[in-house]
Design a binder for this molecule. Structure first.
Ligand code: SAM
Length: 161
């Protein structure tokens, strides 16, 4: 989700996964397409897609959305995350990394969206938390901010009511 030039997509492809890689930036998708052609990669399907639509068209075993949510329309983020959860196969995984804005560490970058404390794990209630933290990170310019990092697994059986 927001694959850019394919940092995650190329890594997952090398591990043998079939990867759908989406970004709204046609230039980024073109760059990824030229890497795919040069390297004769057959298991990445790059597509232009606006994540704000929250309308994935298939179910996936693993959805990766790292440092992308911050660029989305704030009023679409919950719908995007709901769509990701919905489009994850039972027993599948979501991996998310998103910049935070907290009283202790106000976000030094004017991203359209930042996560609040506890917000991400609350949205994934009922999923198994493999990893979840809000640790401090450092940007390339030295600025410090917290990042919500989460790897969660969807239950195999839907929760009973
Ligand atoms: C900082 S890059 C992260 C790239 C990649 N996820 C990674 O971890 O290396 C953010 C990416 O999100 C993409 N992006 C931002 N808003 C988007 C949107 N509404 N729909 C699709 N992609 C979007 C940008 O074009 C950019 O490639």
């Amino acid at each position: 989700m927001g694959c850019s030039n394919g940092r995650n997509a190329l890594y997952l492809s090398q591990l043998g996964f079939n990867v759908t890689a989406v970004d709204h930036n046609a230039g980024a998708i073109q760059n990824l397409q030229s890497i795919i052609a040069q390297e004769n990669i057959t298991n990445i399907d790059p597509r232009i897609y606006d994540i704000n639509q929250a309308r994935l068209d298939a179910d996936y075993g693993f959805i990766v959305c790292t440092v992308t949510l911050m660029f989305l329309a704030p009023d679409r983020v919950e719908a995007v995350l709901a769509d990701m959860r919905e489009c994850t196969l039972p027993g599948g995984y979501n991996l998310i990394v998103c910049a935070m804005d907290t009283p202790a560490y106000p976000c030094p970058v004017r991203f359209p969206f930042t996560m609040k404390e506890g917000q991400l794990s609350t949205l994934y209630q009922g999923w198994e938390m493999i990893k979840s933290n809000e640790d401090l990170g450092t940007m390339h310019n030295g600025a410090q901010l917290q990042f919500a990092t989460m790897l969660a697994r969807k239950p195999v059986q839907p929760a009973s009511v």
